[in-house]
Design a binder for this molecule. Structure first.
Ligand SMILES: Nc1ncnc2c1ncn2[C@@H]1O[C@H](COP(=O)(O)OP(=O)(O)OP(=O)(O)O)[C@@H](O)[C@H]1O
Ligand SMILES: [Mg+2]
Length: 290
């Protein structure tokens, strides 16, 4: 299937959150990266047909999603960035409730709920009230509810927010197992969350797409512009003002290794290194909010 946005625009008053955006998504895992306010949530809500574009359109295999109605919703799973729970529900009740809204039979719902609770590691807590849950546990329940109807298109807005490292790994495995022959879109502003999970990266800023491609392809833009330099730790601070530094790492003998983005060697002992997605992200978003 192909999900396509054509000249997609969303304005809130004078603010343009998504700006004449064009993209075609086929099966695969897409990592939507961008700073706060870049337009990620707005784009996702438009793709879910929860919000109406100001102009432009979204099609699935050539059909406008706004005209597909229930047919489109049946193909869709969505985790909103701020997900509302019913505090007195248990995860089990909650999933059966969402399954009923999505039109699953009781039998299907029970099978699917048990399977997903297991997949997100909440089987033991499945009869505990949600109000006793930690942020990460709620987040995992949110991920489970989005997958109840076995959606062909899965849209997750900051799914890894609040997950501890172990749960991140579990989530990564869950998504790679699930994503075969499906369209999965995950937003985040944490590069490492998607660097290894997403086949394609969509980098967004101020409502437009800056980069779209495989991680190695898009970092090619700053090939030859990333350097590592070692300086005395006591001098490291002064460089942060003059150089574009993507990372600082303390090394032995009171030294600090700076990772610098620059057109030419920033100092004599600079060693050219392979750019990472994190370098590219910082290149665009350093100090930026949007
Ligand atoms: N309902 C709204 N009314 C007015 N402006 C809005 C509304 N929703 C979003 N915006 C604005 O649109 C822009 C994009 O917001 P959006 O929530 O899509 O960004 P985001 O990339 O998801 O950010 P974050 O990383 O903080 O979740 C921001 O400037 C935001 O202030
Ligand atoms: Mg958002």
């Amino acid at each position: 299937m192909e999900l396509t946005a054509i000249e997609l625009t969303k304005q809130y008053g004078t603010k343009t959150a998504v700006d004449h955006l064009n993209i075609t998504l086929s099966n695969g895992v897409y990592g939507l990266l961008g700073a706060n306010g870049a337009g990620k949530t707005t784009l996702m809500r438009l793709l879910c047909d929860i919000q109406t574009p100001t102009s432009g359109k979204i099609t699935l295999d050539g059909k406008r999603i706004s005209e597909m109605g229930e047919k489109y919703r049946n193909l869709l799973g969505y985790l909103p960035q701020h997900f509302g729970y019913y505090p007195d529900f248990t995860p089990w009740d909650f999933l059966l409730y969402v399954a009923a809204l999505k039109g699953l039979s009781e039998k299907q719902a029970k099978i699917k709920a048990a399977e997903l609770l297991e997949a997100v590691g909440l089987t033991k807590e499945s009869r505990q009230k949600i109000k006793t849950f930690s942020g990460g546990m709620k987040q995992r329940l949110g991920i489970a509810q989005a997958m109840l109807n076995n959606p062909h298109i899965l849209i997750l807005d900051e799914p890894t927010a609040g997950l501890d490292p172990k749960e991140r790994v579990r989530f990564r495995n869950l998504i790679s197992a699930f994503s075969k022959d499906r369209i999965v879109i995950l937003s985040t502003h944490i590069v490492s969350d998607v660097e290894f999970m997403a086949e394609e990266i969509i980098m967004m800023k101020s409502g437009v797409i800056l980069h779209f491609g495989k991680p190695q392809e898009i970092t090619a833009e700053i090939d030859g512009q990333v350097w590592e330099c070692t300086v005395l730790s006591s001098h490291a601070e002064q460089y942060t003002e003059t150089l574009n530094i993507s990372n600082l790492r303390n090394t032995e003998n009171n030294c600090t290794t700076l990772r610098v983005i620059a057109d030419y060697p920033p100092m004599e002992n600079a060693i050219q290194v392979q750019p990472t997605l994190e370098d590219l992200y910082l290149f665009y978003f350093k100090g930026a909010n949007e």
